[in-house]
Design a protein around this ligand. Sequence first.
Ligand code: PMP
Length: 285
Amino acid sequence: MSRIVYVNGRFVPEAEAHVSIFDRGFLFADGVYEVSSVLDGGLVDNAAHLARLERSLGALGMASPAAPEEIVRAQKELIARNDLDEGVVYLQITRGPADRDFAYPAVPRPTLVMFTQEKALVDNPLAAHGIRVVTVPDVRWKHRDVKTVGLLAASMAKQAALDAGADDAWMVEDGFVTEGSSNNAYIVTGDGVVVTRHLGREILHGITRSVVLALARERQITIEERPFTVQEAKDAAEAFITSASTFVLPVVGIDGEKVGDGTPGPVTRRLREIYVESARAGIDR
Ligand code: PMP
């Protein structure tokens, strides 16, 4: 597979794409990113992803090298050049190359890269059977609402899950679940209430989270945005995760214990259906 990728205004074959070894994204994880899903060749929830990108950049005092309209044009051109029907467009902005120094460069030259990844998002086999998670301590930094490329703690959590024979990790702080390694975490109580952690610096403000909660509220599903414990999750009727690349995905086991009857529950399945339908209806070509 040889993709066409985007680097600082140019579309190039992936083997010819280069970023400096002095790039601060490489040396300091000094960069932010976004992942927008692509369905039927069109972008899903992309305006919200680009709005969050602006907030992440602002939090790090970084300026975008391209206006949002230019970014959207480049995303669409990448989708077209790679003939992408279903998958994701990844986008990363770093503070760019500068001689190594902890202080920010006086005149930053930000790096902007984008690439596509083909993935079966709707017919994800994990949606039918659900995933199993293990809980791990949340050892990330304290600004998890900023979507930075400092993802080592999340990567270690995911690997610990795979090493334990599970699919993903839920991170726990002070006894409460914060979120998944790369997704937001939810439980459904016995009386059908959807519970997910409230927004704050402790979690990423998921775009899929905000859309799914709005769709659920429109359908009179009760939402509680509050912390929940691992025990509450193990005792819940259902559990699930959301993210741009997984949509709504059932969680059927936590630390080796079944959630509910160990199969995807009705509220989770309905929310997945509703989300996919709404994503399809709103895609941006
Ligand atoms: N939390 C974390 C830690 C994530 O990395 C992600 C996805 N990158 C999410 C939540 C989900 O966010 P979104 O729905 O915007 O993809």
